[in-house]
Design a protein around this ligand. Sequence first.
Ligand SMILES: NC(=O)c1ccc[n+]([C@@H]2O[C@H](COP(=O)([O-])OP(=O)(O)OC[C@H]3O[C@@H](n4cnc5c(N)ncnc54)[C@H](OP(=O)(O)O)[C@@H]3O)[C@@H](O)[C@H]2O)c1
Length: 320
Amino acid sequence: MSTVLLTGASGFIGQALAVRLAADGHRLRLALRSSPSGALPDASIFRFADLDGNTDWEEALDGIEVVVHCAGRAHVMKETVDDPLGEFRRCNVDASAHLARQAALARVRRFVFVSTAKVWGEQTLPGQPFTVDTTPAPVDPYAISKFEAENALVASGADKGMETVIVRPPLVYGPGVRANFLRLMQWIVRGRPVPVVDADCRRSLVARDNLVDLLARCVDHPRAANQILPVSDGEDLPMPVLLRQLGEALGKPARMIPIPAWLLKSGARLLGRQAMAERLCASLQVDIDHTRRLLDWSPPLSVNEALARTATDFLAHYRA
Ligand SMILES: NC(=O)c1ccc[n+]([C@@H]2O[C@H](COP(=O)([O-])OP(=O)(O)OC[C@H]3O[C@@H](n4cnc5c(N)ncnc54)[C@H](OP(=O)(O)O)[C@@H]3O)[C@@H](O)[C@H]2O)c1
């Protein structure tokens, strides 16, 4: 068991990871900006003000063997800053690089970084998922900042012999999920029609429990050292199948309305939302063979089980 500093424990992934790492017997220190709404396990707490290059992490890193850096600027649905890339760089690149540098100086053994599959790009061709060997081609400011952060922390690690582990998840869902996945569940239970593009596109997703299971393995598995690890549920369902299973889990069949891809794209062009339409009509698949073989790991939950857990939690909190 290790002494672990975890950032981002007030967030969707970090909170579940904190619970799991404590249950695994690790000694935990949580670096928090704000208090989470849900329960956290017993742990020492390090308070910091903001993700940037100025935090003094010396006290937080005292006695730490492994850092898991989960905090980050993500899920910005409506951008409010003038310079999004600058803000992403401040929170995701400068802060990660600074923490990694101080961790390496403090002789931390391993630094695990929660990155994103978007580092490889926004879409894949049918039958050609992103693999660990795919050349990164990040497109949006978020993905660019995550890629730059990866590079910065690998450089810090290499300098001082600190191992780095980079995990690249696609969209994460699970109990308490927000943003588009939450909206989708709200639409389905309200019986609203859900437009489904008639193209054969598949998107890898990862259940939070599956991601947390992999991250827990990354804390101490010897073969995770200095690796980039693709992760997903390992079953990429076509959108109509995913919607059908989600509807069944919610106890309300999804009312799917097929839309020809050409129609969606031309409508979106008129509204200036081309990029969004391209994404909806495209696949984004991640091949997790490398992670499976290297770490002898399989996602513990099937998509069906994970959707059921997500839907049960949603229904428990849903007010019509
Ligand atoms: N969820 C996904 O679909 C997904 C997919 C791929 C990768 N990821 C990555 O996974 C990590 C965790 O994501 P999540 O879904 O758990 O996100 P989340 O729920 O938004 O949590 C983000 C965490 O980062 C902290 N944070 C954000 N901005 C901060 C700032 N400026 N200063 C200090 N702390 C800040 C938040 O603290 P506060 O609570 O104080 O705001 C929170 O603890 C992120 O690095 C994200 O890029 C997520």
